[in-house]
Design a protein around this ligand. Structure first.
Ligand SMILES: *Cc1c(COP(=O)(O)O)cnc(C)c1O
Length: 409
């Protein structure tokens, strides 16, 4: 039997080695205020894992563009044969620029305009589009060339953090399953509807709830097809699989797929399946370094001021559910600093007093020109870049390196 694909993760030590090599290759880099590194080999590893655990060959894995929208990263995904999920018309254009064929693009915005729908229908025949509400389904009656799915809100408790939970009765996403009669009526009476979509939320903490959310939609698809054979041809199961940013191992989707088949036995035989993973694909592929500009010694604890904060890390700074990152300190050359630890607060560059990456973190003595390193920055960071204070966007370095990756966990 083939050895299963190992899910790689780099730790700070390994990122520091990569950084030292990059500084040697290109000494100019060490003068940059901050750098965003993205490793496409790790990306490939994650995508290979998806291809491996979803054994059916009628599956399209479409990476969520909103999670990471770097053009080279998108082209890389497309060149490997995967698809892209667009959360806006602008992201559809990004997918096209990345060379994505129409039949591998999924368009999911909740506010698609009439004009956008018409353009997609005319310019991108074969594209997938999931409708978010009944009014959108009405607009879509005018189209001829799109594969249309209906986004369903399964109303299942998935135990996701509130700000990422879209599966409750006040959600702006999807038509609630309580409207089942009307959904079935629309599906059966609209020629170009051929699929159902569910994305129940992000960072789903409960695999049973996640599976049940898909199960609700699977049952609905079966029910519709019972009335009209082969009416529903695809089920888009969305994203939502969590990425672990604490120390330790990243769970693969092996168990998830097994449980999915237990709940929905013929899902891979009866339907084309789409996935739209974001965090799971991107989180671990990136790290950020940022120069220490000042250390304020008149505060207790001392405050490190550095060049990334609420601009790159919008969720971390502004949200009620800030993602966790390992953070450490390197010297000018990129080596991990050691020595007696003391407490610091790490402040970002914005003229806004909430702009702190971390408070009360124990670090070895920090000085001007040291580097703050932040791990697991691949998701919802650079794609959320905020222009507050009008600072220059962080420099991006795309690289490829799988050799000698430390296997954590
Ligand atoms: C955000 C989003 C995704 C990706 O979510 P992850 O939790 O990062 O996997 C997928 N599909 C839709 C519709 C989304 O809004």
């Amino acid at each position: 039997m083939k050895k299963p694909i190992h899910l790689y993760r780099n730790n700070i030590e390994k990122c520091s080695q990569i950084l030292q090599n990059k500084f040697k290759e290109n000494p100019k880099l060490s003068g940059e205020k901050s750098l965003y590194f993205y490793n496409v080999s790790l990306l490939e590893n994650r995508l290979n894992h998806l291809r491996e655990v979803f054994t059916s060959n009628n599956v399209l894995h479409a990476a969520a563009i909103k999670t990471n929208n770097i053009p080279e990263v998108l082209s890389h995904i497309v060149n490997l044969g995967y698809g892209l999920e667009a959360a806006s018309f602008e992201e559809v254009l990004l997918a096209k620029t990345a060379g994505c064929p129409n039949e591998k693009i999924i368009f999911d915005s909740p506010v698609k305009t009439r004009k956008e729908i018409q353009t997609c229908d005319q310019e991108y025949p074969g594209m997938y589009l999931n409708a978010n509400c009944f009014a959108e389904l009405e607009r879509l009656k005018e189209t001829n060339n799109l594969n249309i799915g209906i986004r369903i809100n399964p109303l299942v408790d998935i135990k996701a953090p509130d700000i990422f939970n879209v599966s409750n009765n006040r959600s702006k996403f999807g038509i609630p399953i309580s409207e089942k009669k009307k959904i079935i009526f629309f599906a059966l009476n609209t020629n170009n509807i051929s699929g159902l979509h569910v994305h129940a939320g992000s960072e789903i903490g409960n695999i049973k709830g996640h599976i049940e959310a898909i199960g609700v939609v699977y049952d609905l698809a079966k029910e519709i097809n019972h009335v009209q054979k082969d009416k529903i041809r695809f089920i888009d199961i969305g994203g939502g699989f969590p990425a672990n940013t604490k120390k330790g191992k990243q769970e693969g989707l092996d168990t998830f797929v097994k449980e999915l088949i237990n709940r929905c036995p013929s899902i891979f035989n009866d339907f084309k399946i789409m996935t739209e993973y974001g965090r799971f694909i991107h989180t671990h592929n990136s790290f950020v370094v940022s120069q220490v500009e000042y250390v304020l010694d008149h505060t207790d604890p001392n405050i490190i001021l550095t060049h990334v904060g609420g601009d790159l890390f919008v969720r971390e700074i502004y949200s009620s559910h800030p993602p966790f990152h390992e953070i450490s300190i390197l010297n000018e050359k990129g080596q991990v600093k050691e020595g007696k630890q003391q407490e610091y607060d790490i402040g970002g560059p914005l003229c806004f007093t909430g702009d702190f990456l971390k408070k009360n973190i124990s670090l070895p003595k920090v000085e001007e020109k040291d580097l703050v390193i932040i791990a697991d920055t691949g998701s919802n960071s650079i794609s959320m870049w905020s222009g507050h204070c009008s600072r220059e966007k962080i420099k991006v370095i795309i690289f490829s390196e799988i050799n000698n990756i430390n296997q954590t966990g």
